[in-house]
Design a binder for this molecule. Sequence first.
Ligand code: NCD
Ligand code: ZN
Length: 344
Amino acid sequence: MTDRLTITRPDDWHVHLRDGVMLKDVVNYTARQFGRAIVMPNLTPPVTTITAGRDYRARIIAALDPAFDFTPLITCYLTDDIAPDEVIGGHSEGVFTACKLYPANATTNSAHGVTNIKNIYPVLEAMQKAGMPLLVHGEVTDSQIDIFDREAVFIETIMTPLLRDMPELKVVFEHITTSEAVDFVREADANIGATITPHHLEFNRNAIFQGGIRPHKYCLPIAKRETHRLALRKAATSGSSRFFLGTDTAPHTVAAKESACGCAGIFNAPHAIEAYAKVFDEENAMDRFEGFASLFGPQFYGLPINEATITLERKAQNVPDRLNLSGADIIPFHAGETLAWSIA
Ligand code: NCD
Ligand code: ZN
């Protein structure tokens, strides 16, 4: 049994750091554990210009505790009428690492998202040519489609035709939640990768309704059946370089979560690496943890791996019931529970 593990410092390939007071409150939870993070652009207003991307990066860096060596990687939010020059210019200037595709109204702050993928074909063609990754929130938004089927339908109706038209486009299928997505990514060409969150590895849809409605287990894409959770665990711990770490940490205040129309999102940043370690330990796959957490992401993005390391040890720690932040309270993932692993 492994009780101590030293790995290359991991990166988080999908985070929501928010802005303003919330940014200051949350960013250092991520920076404590990760060397880099792909930062989502779904602010209000969204990050759609090079200037906005540069300014947001500066605000993140200003909010960082100087004790942490952390680099935010900024993404550009795709809209129906975004110009290819803004996207490609931002990429070549080193402001935008990737672009994020939110189908319009798929999730939090996605009202400006893309209404029809064909509208952004010129941008996607330019990205394919430049080798700039497209990060996809892979859910259809048609209210006629059952919420639990939206990812599988997206694969059929959007993702597959897109890759037929642009076979060399680098695509990250973000926060996958279904066995259909696992199969799709495994069978696709090497330009397709996927991130997997700790929460989708840890609970299935029953958790959202356990004894009552559980707003802190609600996120998008919504957790699916147990069979899908098992497929995700198998993929994450398989050693396949297609699957890598992306927490989708998405903080909302308690008031915004515990409401008649509560926000989607789970704040897992405080103990993300420990939560993933729990999964790999349970699957007897600690020997594959470094690949998933620290190597396959940079490999996909074409970035060097981090030079620093972190050490995890089997040492119990209690997760607080709630975090009293300066802006407002937030309930973290695993609130009130004990985690078996800690950062040494
Ligand atoms: C995210 C958020 O709150 O910004 N919410 C979530 O449930 N994951 C948006 C997203 O990534 O879908
Ligand atoms: Zn997200």
